[in-house]
Each structure stands twice: as structure tokens, then as C-alpha cells.
Design a protein around this ligand. Structure first.
Ligand SMILES: Nc1ncnc2c1ncn2[C@@H]1O[C@H](COP(=O)(O)OP(=O)(O)OP(=O)(O)O)[C@@H](O)[C@H]1O
Ligand SMILES: NCC(=O)N[C@@H]1O[C@H](COP(=O)([O-])[O-])[C@@H](O)[C@H]1O
Ligand SMILES: [Mg+2]
Length: 387
């Protein structure tokens, strides 16, 4: 029986804990607030500021876990290297968690060291530097805090007048203690995908069928699996995913994000953990969902194969207001729909655009992916989060 210290307890952690419970593992769920989704299904919970290295050290010393499993990016990941030296196993590895929490480390690794094709980019640490970077990159361009996720602090600059706003917005959305931003040339892609990639302690790197998705405000709205794509683009994406996960090292599932445009496949970024767009696998589109695959990789259990069992889609249920007691309207309507299912995450509070639940739809492999995606979107739109 392994003891897992889960650092971050949102919806992705919750499904991971459920997978771990099914295999009889013990999980301590950690986050910065009480009653977070994964805490509701774990053996025990801890509330700490995970950016506080000393608090993190104390927690690891107290629980002496077999596996440290980061679920969010905003963690004092520099300490992970010490834990590895002390003999702890960090998932997928200290380097992976540390590099991916900062867009600068992962982008320089991918573009400079590994030579992967990415958008043009610059960094900026002030409004003035941002203005200079925009001149070099050209408009439109995308600005993101070096430390943020789910599109927080992200905006697109289309005209000179947007520059100051983009800087201010980036500073509001930045997590952690870094003010710097990345400025990326806007990639005019035809579509974007997440390639769920599984690395194992022993055994080959495995790939899930590609997931297509649509984003708004830098945050995912719908995802579908499989994404229709040319086999040569898929092969290029798989090669790039293998290169970057090999360089970061360790075992686990990764969500590797790509843009596919007329001039080929661009690497965007990757999560060293289950990916939000991968919630589509909760519709049993595969023999193992992304959380079960992550768990197997964490525990070092072999994965004989990953197979697509049916097609599916997911669509998010977002809040529109602040509330300390959010409730839902329209649940019986979506419960009544065929070939679909849903999750409500149990987040104790809501805020505008906070993801509170997800709808999944599915069909047989002969079904129509556009139709399945349309159904997911329509069902999700029937739910309202009330304050
Ligand atoms: N350079 C770019 N050109 C065009 N679109 C972009 C670019 N960078 C980001 N986007 C759009 O914004 C979305 C979010 O960007 P990104 O994945 O970098 O943000 P994030 O905050 O890390 O999101 P998450 O944590 O959900 O993965 C992308 O999926 C894409 O739709
Ligand atoms: N794109 C990353 C992502 O989807 N992460 C998921 O969102 C949670 C935070 O949600 P919150 O901001 O609503 O607390 C995280 O804990 C993780 O499960
Ligand atoms: Mg992303």
C-alpha cells in the first residue's frame, strides 16, 4: 500500500484520488484552502501555502510519502530536488515539476535545447520591456505571466493601446513571486490538440489518441477525442512529446499541447500531470482514463496498451458570480440526456469563470465527433451555477 502526497486538490486531483482509492492506495490531499475537491475523497487533508518551502518541507517530513504528486503549478518546486536527494519519488520528476511551473524554463528547454518549433517569443519584466518585446515580435501577440495557468493573466495585444492593459492584467493574474511575462507571436493555427503521453519507469512511452479543444480567455471550453488530424502531424507531435518528456524525465501522464497550422506543428507547453482537456476520457473513451493511467505510471504498474473504446467530448460548467454557497440549476435536464454523464466538483466557493463541473458525451467509434461535441456544449449550457 503506497502513501501518496497530492499537492493540489482540484478536480483533476479528485479523479486521481478516486482512481487511487479503487486500487487501495492512501492519499493525503493538500491545497491552500479547506474542503477542496480532492480532499473530499482522500484519506486525510492538509491546508498549507505550497509556495512556502518551509511549510512544504515540514509536510513531507511529517508524512514521509512514497510518492509526491504535484497537481498544480504554484508550488515551491525548487524543494523537490532536495526531496529526490533524500530518496523521495517526485512525480514525474523534480525537474519536470520545476521546469513546467515557469514558462521560461520549459520554453527555453523546448525551443533552444531541444530545437522544437514554437511561436517566436521574448520575455519582459516591466511595461517598458513589454513594449520593446512587442516591437520585436510584432502584433498580434500573446502575453502570459511566467507563472500562471488556465489563462490567468493572459491577453492578446492587437494594437499599441493594448500594451499597458496587457501588462497590468498579467500582474493581476500572476501566481508566485515573479513579475516577468512571456510575449509570444500569435500562431494562426487551424486547430490545437493535447497529446496525452505516458512515461513509465520501465517500459515504452505511450500515447493516447489526440484530444482536440477550444479555448476562450486562455481556458478550455470543450474538448473531444479523437481529434481528426493528418497522420504525419500526429507523428511529428508524438516525436516532439517524446523528446520533451525524455528531457524532463520520470514517470506519469503528461498533457503535451500543440498548435497545428499551415506551416506545421508547434509545441506550446505541457503539464506533467493529467490535463484539464483530458477530462474527456471520463466518458470512457479509452480503456483507462487519464487519471487511471497517471496512477499506474506513478505506482510503476505496467500498462499493456492504451486503446480507444469510443469517441467522446467534454464541455465545462462555469460559474458567473462570486458565492460562498454555489448551487446548480438544470442538473436533472442533463441527467436525463442519453450517452452522457457529468461531474460536479464540489468546490466550496465560486467566482466568475471558475470551473465547477464538466459534462461528458460519447458515442460508438462509428459516431460523428462534431455531433458529440455539439451535444456536450449544449448540455453544459443548460446548467447554471447559482449564487
Ligand atoms: N502564441 C499563441 N498563439 C495563438 N494562441 C495562443 C498562443 N498562446 C496561447 N494561445 C491560446 O491560449 C490558450 C492557453 O494558452 P496556454 O496553454 O499557454 O495557457 P495556460 O494558462 O498555461 O493554460 P492551461 O493551464 O489551461 O494549459 C492556448 O491553448 C491557445 O488557445
Ligand atoms: N489548467 C489547469 C487546471 O485545470 N487545473 C485544475 O484546476 C484546479 C484549480 O481550480 P480552481 O482555480 O478553480 O481552484 C487545479 O487544482 C487542477 O485540478
Ligand atoms: Mg495550456
Amino acid at each position: 500500500m503506497a502513501k501518496i502526497l497530492l499537492l493540489g486538490s482540484g478536480e483533476l486531483g479528485k479523479e486521481f484520488v478516486i482512481a487511487a482509492q479503487r486500487l487501495g492506495q492512501t492519499v493525503i490531499a493538500v491545497d491552500s484552502y479547506a474542503n477542496a475537491p480532492a480532499m473530499q475523497v482522500a484519506h486525510s487533508a492538509e491546508v498549507i501555502n505550497m509556495l512556502d518551502g518551509d511549510a512544504l518541507d515540514a509536510l513531507v517530513a511529517k508524512h514521509q510519502p512514497d510518492y509526491i504528486v504535484p497537481e498544480i503549478e504554484a508550488i515551491r518546486t525548487e524543494r523537490f530536488y532536495n526531496y529526490e536527494e533524500q530518496g523521495y519519488t517526485v512525480i514525474p520528476s523534480a525537474k519536470a515539476a520545476n521546469y513546467t511551473m515557469n514558462r521560461k524554463s520549459i520554453r527555453d528547454l523546448a525551443a533552444k535545447d531541444l530545437g522544437l518549433k514554437t511561436a517566436n517569443y521574448r520575455y519582459a519584466a516591466s511595461a517598458k520591456e513589454l513594449s520593446d518585446a512587442v516591437t520585436e515580435i510584432g502584433m498580434p501577440c500573446v502575453v502570459k505571466p511566467l507563472m500562471s495557468s488556465s489563462g490567468k493573466g493572459q491577453s492578446t495585444i492587437k494594437t499599441e493601446a493594448d500594451i499597458q492593459k496587457a501588462w497590468e492584467y498579467s500582474q493581476e493574474g500572476s501566481r508566485g513571486d515573479v513579475a516577468e511575462v512571456i510575449v509570444e507571436g500569435f500562431v494562426n493555427f487551424n486547430y490545437e490538440i493535447t497529446l496525452l503521453t505516458v512515461t513509465q519507469r520501465e517500459g515504452a512511452t505511450l500515447f493516447c489518441p489526440p484530444i482536440g479543444h477550444r479555448q476562450e480567455r486562455g481556458d478550455y471550453q470543450e474538448s473531444w477525442q479523437p481529434a481528426t488530424m493528418q497522420s504525419e502531424h500526429l507523428q511529428t507531435a508524438q516525436e516532439m512529446a517524446k523528446k520533451v518528456t525524455d528531457a524532463l524525465g520520470g514517470a506519469g501522464i503528461w498533457g503535451v499541447e500543440f498548435f497545428i497550422s499551415d506551416d506545421g506543428v508547434y509545441f506550446s507547453e505541457l503539464s506533467p500531470r493529467p490535463h484539464d482537456t483530458g477530462m474527456v476520457t471520463l466518458g470512457n473513451t479509452q480503456n483507462f482514463n487519464e487519471f487511471e493511467l497517471h496512477l499506474r505510471a506513478v505506482l510503476g504498474l505496467p500498462i499493456a496498451e492504451i486503446t480507444q473504446e469510443r469517441i467522446g467530448a467534454s464541455a465545462v460548467i462555469l460559474a458567473s458570480d462570486h458565492s460562498d454557497n454555489p448551487t446548480f440549476e438544470g442538473i436533472s435536464t442533463i441527467a436525463n440526456a442519453k450517452k452522457s454523464d457529468f461531474r460536479l466538483f464540489g468546490k466550496p466557493t465560486s467566482r466568475p469563470y471558475r470551473r465547477m463541473g464538466v459534462v461528458v458525451t460519447y458515442d460508438s467509434k462509428e459516431g460523428d465527433i462534431t455531433n458529440v461535441t455539439k451535444r456536450a456544449k449544449e448540455l453544459a449550457s443548460k446548467v447554471r451555477v447559482l449564487k
